[in-house]
Ligand binder design. Structure first.
Ligand SMILES: Cc1ncc(COP(=O)(O)O)c(C=O)c1O
Length: 441
């Protein structure tokens, strides 16, 4: 069984030299939790410039859906690069973009009568959704959630409510956005317990918000992650989206699903909203869509995406090479990786739940498919977030050759490539358990 191999102190000498240059010339706004320098990678295994080998349970922040450098994706990229690198889909037509639009339009939940706008990132997909919702409804207000992460461009950032550092010094942002509590049942904003709560968080929107401060007929859209990502891999109750969607329908408010992190097979379905039985009006997609090539897509019902020529576009959006990578990625997802995400995700959840039975500081284990988190707490009664333990754990895991990321205030996220094997899940669980031993729990 393949294992991580750590041969030097971390970072090793070559990695340290590169980090030194990076420190002088790369934006200090990036948040590097530990000093990993990736030199090459295949599947779930990343090698640094000093020959250290790491098991990657981050997949480059939930991007490398098919694993690092999947041969079929790499081949599709090479073939496309030989034929056409760029032409700009905003002014011209080309095959890869047309084929991908045709595919995505039919893949998102709903009747398939959709149109696709292409950008380069998650933020651009959300930004486009924001603009389309305003363009179509001619309404000025929007609703989003505490804990949400929708990106960092000014429009997307206005919808984001994840960490204050992301917004500090950037005000004024776009006005008219009301943030409301998400269905984070482990830490319910209303201090209630599911299912006894009858989804107070949804009821409150209509009974309180719409009666006191936000006129529903002025609301363009509700922006919501099917499962919150950066906010902590928070899975809402099964009927949450259906109930909220019904309220949106009642007032002609658009339902915008941000599937940037949860979409593209990660949760064991092509789109996470499928778990909740809701067909959104608009879906934002990025991250896993092209296995690492930059691409964002905003898919909307055809009767909504009726904006006129010139109202929104991007020079690079829907680049042919990225579209070719996306087509290869989708084929792999459909040929078995979504099923693998479901099966390996169940194995991972079961393993974490087993650890939770004996390790007090694992307060909550949650997730769907390979979008899984373990939230660390100082003790289960107070549920005080163990932020320091989480940060130390992620660091220790790196030193043992396992790449992890945090999410939320004190959760560890597990978002490996959808190609992950049963043995790789076991290796991850065993290193994770080992790292937890350091804490008094
Ligand atoms: C749900 C969600 N939306 C939007 C974004 C922004 O994507 P990008 O960083 O590609 O702009 C992210 C990134 O983490 C995300 O998780």
């Amino acid at each position: 069984m393949k294992k991580p191999e750590i041969k030097t102190a971390l970072p090793g000498p070559r990695a340290a030299a590169l980090i030194d240059v990076d420190t002088r010339h790369v934006s200090p706004s990036y948040t590097r939790g530990y000093p990993l320098v990736a030199e090459k990678a295949a599947g779930l295994w990343v090698t640094d410039p000093d020959g250290n080998v790491f098991l990657d349970f981050t997949s480059g922040i939930a991007v490398c859906a098919t694993g690092h450098c999947h041969p079929k994706v790499v081949q599709a990229i090479k073939d496309q690069a030989d034929r056409l690198l760029h032409m700009s889909g905003t002014d011209f037509y080309y095959t890869a973009q047309i084929q991908l639009a045709n595919k995505l339009a039919r893949l998102v939940p709903g009747d398939g009568d959709n149109k696709v706008y292409f950008g380069n990132s998650g933020a651009e997909a959300v930004e486009a959704a924001f603009k389309l919702a305003r363009w179509y409804t001619k309404r000025e207000l929007n609703i989003a959630f505490f804990g949400a992460f929708h990106g960092r461009t000014m429009g997307a950032l206005s919808l984001t409510a994840s960490k204050v550092i992301q917004k500090k010094h950037y005000n004024p942002l776009i006005p008219g956005i009301t943030h409301i509590p998400y269905a984070y049942c482990y830490r319910c904003a209303y201090n209630m317990t599911y299912p006894g709560c009858s989804l107070e968080c949804v009821r409150w929107v209509e009974e309180s918000l719409f009666r006191t401060t936000v006129p529903p007929e002025e609301v363009a859209a509700i922006f919501v992650e099917p499962i919150q990502g950066e906010g902590g891999y928070v899975v809402p109750p099964p009927e949450f989206h259906k109930r909220l969607h019904e309220i949106a329908r009642k007032y002609d408010i658009l339902y915008v699903a941000d599937e940037v992190q949860a979409g593209m097979g990660r949760t064991g379905r092509m789109f996470a909203m499928e778990h909740f039985g809701v067909a959104p009006d608009i879906t934002a997609i990025a991250k896993g869509i092209a296995s690492g090539m930059p691409l964002g897509a905003m898919v909307a019902r055809s009767n909504i995406m009726v904006w006129e020529a010139g109202s929104h576009a991007s020079t690079f959006g829907g680049n042919p090479v990225s579209c070719a990578a996306a087509l290869a990625t989708i084929a792999l997802l459909e040929e078995g990786l979504i099923q693998n995400a479901k099966e390996r995700g169940a194995q991972l959840m079961a393993g974490l739940e087993e650890l939770q039975r004996s390790i007090e500081c694992i307060g909550d284990v949650r997730g769907k498919g390979l979008m899984v988190a373990a939230e660390l707490v100082k003790d289960r009664t107070s549920k005080a977030p163990a932020v320091d333990w989480r940060n130390q754990l992620v660091q220790r895991a790196f030193e043992k050759g396992l790449l992890l990321l945090g999410c939320g205030e004190s959760a560890v996220r597990f978002c490996p490539a959808l190609t992950v094997s049963s043995e790789e899940i076991d290796t991850c669980l065993s290193i994770f358990a080992d790292c937890l031993k350091a804490f008094a729990c």
